[in-house]
Design a protein around this ligand. Structure first.
Ligand SMILES: [Zn+2]
Length: 307
């Protein structure tokens, strides 16, 4: 917790891109989670030297869920949804452990926070050192993604090897330690933006996964009062296999029912020219509250395995 305080102190204080909170305000919120019973665990330092934290909520025995967001730097709505889920879980309790990694790409997120604070416009997805943290997981890891992605700004590569990035390696160390206690991680949820889609493994191969994954995705879909699609990642764009994704690894390595939710439709409006020009607006709706209200009950039910 001491290093969380240090991290907060080292993060610029400003009001944030209204109505979204600044990074500093989010880190403060995380320290409030600790006051309310979440157990902080450091996952080690990021490439940029920031302490990366996970927060463990609920009993430290039995089955567990992994909940993460912020793998991609501009996808703040996913982090907003995660924060709502954590607030509700802390208030209402949980029968199983929830292992929360609120902002996986902390360095990239900090850079976006800085862009917004200083009025810079940049497309950012990867870490500042150029790795897409959703291509760095060991399952189906490949040394390169498709040609196209190498020429798009801010997209990033797959890293020098499986789990080469300290963020991914740190999460895997924690999850492996849980499994080494003889426990099972049977659910995983990763929150991204945008597209209103619930994505199912596999990304790295065309074969169909266990039917339980589609069943879980459809159960969430039917509980959301907005239109969300359900797709297998590798079948979404035919012939486009995606190497090294978090959901593939969480499913293959731990057997978790692992789902990726692309939250919201983003924030581009044909009536507001400014929304076309600002990358932050591509990924994040101007008012996140409606999406959060719609998603939270369905996602909380999945994460806590309650009915
Ligand atoms: Zn994403």
């Amino acid at each position: 917790v001491e290093s969380l305080d240090r991290l907060i102190a080292a993060t610029p204080e400003w009001e944030g891109p209204h109505p979204y909170r600044s990074l500093r305000a989010r880190l403060r919120l995380q320290s409030e989670w600790v006051d309310r019973g979440a157990r902080p665990v450091t996952l080690g330092a990021t490439r940029g030297g920031r302490d990366l934290f996970a927060f463990r909520i609920g009993p430290s025995t039995g089955v567990a869920t992994v909940l993460m967001a912020g793998i991609h730097a501009l996808e703040w709505i996913g982090v907003e949804v995660l924060e709502r889920l954590v607030a509700e879980i802390l208030a209402q309790g949980t029968d199983r452990e929830i292992i929360v990694v609120p902002i996986v790409n902390l360095d990239g997120f900090a850079l976006v926070d800085d862009d917004l604070r200083t009025g810079r416009r940049a497309i950012r997805r990867a870490t500042p050192s150029g790795v897409d943290l959703n291509r760095n997981w060991p399952t189906f890891h490949a040394s390169a993604t498709s040609l196209v992605t190498r020429f798009l700004p801010g997209i990033g590569g797959t890293g020098s090897g499986p789990a080469s990035e300290p963020e991914v390696a740190g999460i895997l160390r924690l999850l492996d330690a849980v499994v080494d206690e003889g426990r099972t991680i049977d659910r995983a949820l990763s929150l991204h933006s945008f597209g209103r889609m619930i994505l199912v493994p596999w990304g790295g191969r065309l074969g169909r996964p266990d039917a339980a994954l589609f069943a879980a995705a459809r159960a969430i879909q039917s509980a959301i009062p907005l239109w969300y699609g359900v797709r297998q990642i590798s079948w979404w764009l035919p012939g486009h296999r995606v190497p090294g994704m978090e959901v593939d690894h969480l499913h293959a390595r731990y057997g978790a029912v692992a789902l990726l939710v692309e939250c919201s439709l983003g924030g581009i409006s044909p009536f507001r020219l400014g929304s076309w020009l600002h990358p932050f607006r591509w990924y994040n709706p101007p008012d996140p509250s409606r999406e959060i209200e719609a998603l939270a009950p369905a996602l909380r039910q999945f994460v806590t395995a309650s009915h």
